[in-house]
Design a protein around this ligand. Structure first.
Ligand code: GDD
Ligand code: MG
Length: 331
């Protein structure tokens, strides 16, 4: 019987690349196909993770409130992080809750990583630290590893410049760590990736690749990709009441309850949330329209996210944008 491990879920970032949406809600609460990002991550954790520790700072009350009302079926411990302390500092801040080997998971991506298998990998390698890995075309917005044949990580570099990218295998944001790693995290603001990993490299860091999917949800383009990946080919049953005469739906598309598609063309790749309205002769593709938003007539919306309750005036063209009425002062 493998012993239980605790996981630290990192969701405390400001979500700057998803502003202005993240002025209204913190990134982990952004609904992906109707379910907050953080719940996708929590639900992907195996039973042997018996406690999830979440350091919270940005929009802490909203996180607390959500988790109170929608209690996941396992122990969740929220720990106050008054100011963002960086990915390493946040882990150090919850040190007293950690009692042995533990996991750290970035809460802003969704993936098919088999976490139980990852823990096993870490134990078999007798690693000091293990990192989940995923290949990408452009590794510059991520952390990269140089992996030896025996899966040992020889080098780690965060946010490499194009010319210095020695690998396209990136840190997919899940770590299995020995308790002693905590001794290598200093006080104050500390980056796990920039400071701690390079420092502990020679103690034995290993990388595990996996199959399936890994989608970063930290930027608009990727967040939209997450919807399309989860939506797949099969379009959900759409209530006929939602689709008015002259409307055209191009699969894959999801239209949720009480939304209204007037004579508009929606899809391919569109997610229309509850009670949203799409006006006559408008076109919505590769976009997500959140609850109660109203898209006027003759609008064109592409590669965009329209936030809850936003009204898009008739004839507006929206291309690669996040439309929200939330302001920086809402922080
Ligand atoms: N509690 C807390 N405090 N959480 C934080 C803080 C903080 O100060 N800063 C960031 N986080 C959380 C974010 O909410 C996110 O879930 C996770 O830590 C990673 O931070 P990001 O700001 O999203 O980092 P990134 O996307 O630029 O890069 C990281 O993730 C990539 C994979 O998505 C790095 O770990 C890269 O190496 C990695 O490839
Ligand atoms: Mg990120």
């Amino acid at each position: 019987m493998p012993s239980a491990v605790k996981a630290v879920l990192l969701v405390g970032g400001l979500g700057t690349r998803l502003r202005p949406l993240t002025y209204r809600i913190p990134k982990p609460l952004i609904p992906v196909m109707g379910k907050p990002l953080v719940m996708h991550v929590i639900d992907s954790m195996p039973a042997e993770i018996d406690e999830i520790i979440i350091p919270v700072s940005y929009k802490k009350e909203m996180m607390e409130d959500y988790l109170q009302k929608n209690r996941p079926k396992r122990r969740i411990t929220l720990v106050d992080e008054p100011e963002p302390m960086g990915t390493g500092g946040a882990v150090k801040n919850v040190e007293k809750h950690i009692d042995g080997q533990f996991l750290v998971i970035n809460g802003d991506s969704i993936s098919s990583l088999d976490i139980a298998k990852f823990i096993k990998f870490h134990r078999q390698k007798k690693a000091f630290a293990s990192i989940s890995l995923w290949p990408v075309d452009d590794p510059t917005p991520y952390g990269i590893v140089d992996l030896a044949k025996d899966d040992r990580i020889r080098r780690f570099q965060e946010k490499p410049k194009k010319e210095e990218a020695f690998s396209n295998l990136i840190n997919a944001g899940a770590y299995a760590l020995e308790h002693e790693v905590l001794d290598h995290i200093g006080k104050g603001f500390v980056s796990m990736e920039r400071e701690v990993f390079p420092r502990i490299l020679d103690r034995g860091m290993y990388g595990m690749q996996f199959d399936g999917y890994w989608i970063d949800c930290g930027r608009r383009e990727n967040l939209l990709e997450a919807f399309w990946a989860l939506m797949g080919r099969d379009t959900r049953d759409i209530d006929k009441k939602c689709v008015q005469e002259g409307a055209e739906l191009r699969a894959p598309v999801v239209v949720r309850q009480d939304a209204v598609i007037a004579g508009a063309t929606v899809g391919p790749h569109a997610y229309i949330s509850e009670r949203a309205v799409i006006g006559i002769r408008s076109r919505v593709e590769r976009s997500v329209i959140l609850e109660d938003a109203r898209v006027g007539a003759r609008c064109q919306i592409r590669d965009s996210i329209v936030d809850v309750g936003v009204t898009v005036p008739d004839g507006t063209v929206v291309e690669s944008e996040i439309l929200s009425s939330a302001k920086a002062t809402d922080r």
